[in-house]
Design a protein around this ligand. Structure first.
Ligand code: DAH
Length: 342
């Protein structure tokens, strides 16, 4: 058996091979070096070669193998480096990647809207600390220790100290009344904390806006008109309001404010639970005892206060049924609040 003719042909074919594409190179690899390729076959034929030719045969097949392997290597590096240089070259005619705009958090959008609404009727923003003392969060607000009203809010106390995390922004009322004489007209947006089990309806941290107006001759009618104005600006000009008697230690008289359901126009829907009304805040006339605690003469001055949860207003306005969404920072949720609302 003379193998030298095939051998020469293979060598020639390999040496003259000049692939023009990665596909051609791959076809070459399969033909010579693949599992079912020529070189495999040549090695398999080894056992049929007469003994005296085995040595020469083996050398020749090895030569073919080496030639094929080095050819493959040479072009593999050529092709990949050509690809790399293509990728790194900058195509100035390519369209730019679209730029994604950020959007404001829905709580921020609603907070800004509330501030805007009250700004128009002369209210200014006031802020206070989130870590509060007992006096400003409870006692000055007519809620002394052992008063059952303290059970209305589960408080986070800071261990080994007199301090706590404020349970409401009503604490800012006290700070403002202590620091300036009437007239006072403020709204106080801010974060509050309660020791609540987290659920779709409740969270251990959320936001409130408190409002306070103290002057001579402020009446319940002023409160009602102010809240009607707010409801119409926030929920639509056809909104109606109703006040239901309630209890808060720091107001006397106290009320709960409902707004006519703006989702179903009072026809009855899941948001208003078929009643046509949704509750949006607590309010009332500031208790004279609270004024006295802040050294304001209740015979001369009177005022009203109100407090609402920003999450609650946002949930109603955007029809969000799980308060936890506000705190998860899921970009798919946050992207839905358009810049037009901001
Ligand atoms: N501070 C109350 C709360 O957190 C809300 C509130 C009710 C504020 C009545 C007020 C008010 O100013 O008059 O639930």
């Amino acid at each position: 058996m003379d193998v030298s003719i095939d051998h020469k042909q293979y060598l020639e074919e390999i040496n003259s091979f000049e692939p023009k594409s990665a596909e051609e190179l791959e076809a070459f690899r399969l033909k010579f070096l693949g599992n079912k390729g020529i070189i495999k076959q040549l090695f398999a034929d080894f056992k049929t070669v007469p003994n005296d030719q085995k040595k020469d045969y083996g050398q020749l097949v090895n030569e073919i193998k080496n030639a094929a392997e080095s050819k493959l290597k040479e072009f593999q590096t050529k092709i990949t480096s050509a690809k790399d240089s293509k990728q790194s070259s900058i195509d100035l005619t390519a369209p730019a990647y679209p730029i994604r705009f950020g959007s404001r958090h829905p709580i921020q959008i609603i907070k800004n809207k509330i501030i805007d609404i009250f700004h128009k009727i002369g209210y200014v923003v006031a802020e206070g600390p989130e870590i509060e003392d007992d006096w400003h969060n409870f006692t000055a607000l007519n809620t002394p220790e052992d008063h059952p009203a303290r059970d209305m809010q589960d408080t986070f106390y800071i261990s080994d100290s007199e301090m706590l995390l404020r349970t409401h922004t009503s604490s800012v009322q006290i700070r403002e009344m202590e620091s300036q004489p009437p007239p006072i007209r403020i709204i106080t947006p801010g974060r509050v904390y309660r020791n609540e089990t987290i659920s779709a309806r409740a969270h251990c941290t959320f936001h409130q806006v408190e409002g306070l107006y103290i002057d001579e001759d402020v009446s319940f009618a002023d409160l009602k008109q102010t809240l009607l104005y707010f409801a119409r600006e926030m929920f639509g000009l056809n909104s109606q309001i109703r006040l239901r008697p309630s209890f808060f230690p720091f107001t006397e008289i106290s009320a709960e404010l409902d707004v006519s359901c703006f989702i179903c126009d009072q026809k009855g829907c899941p948001v208003c639970k078929g009643t046509g009304w949704v509750e949006i805040m607590g309010c009332g006339m500031v208790d004279p005892a609270v004024l006295e605690n802040c050294n304001i003469n209740p015979d001369k001055y009177s005022g009203f206060a109100f407090g609402m949860g920003i999450e609650r207003i946002a949930m109603l306005k955007y029809q969000i049924d799980d308060i936890r969404m506000f705190f998860e920072n899921d970009i798919r949720f946050l992207q839905q609040f358009s810049t037009a609302d901001q």
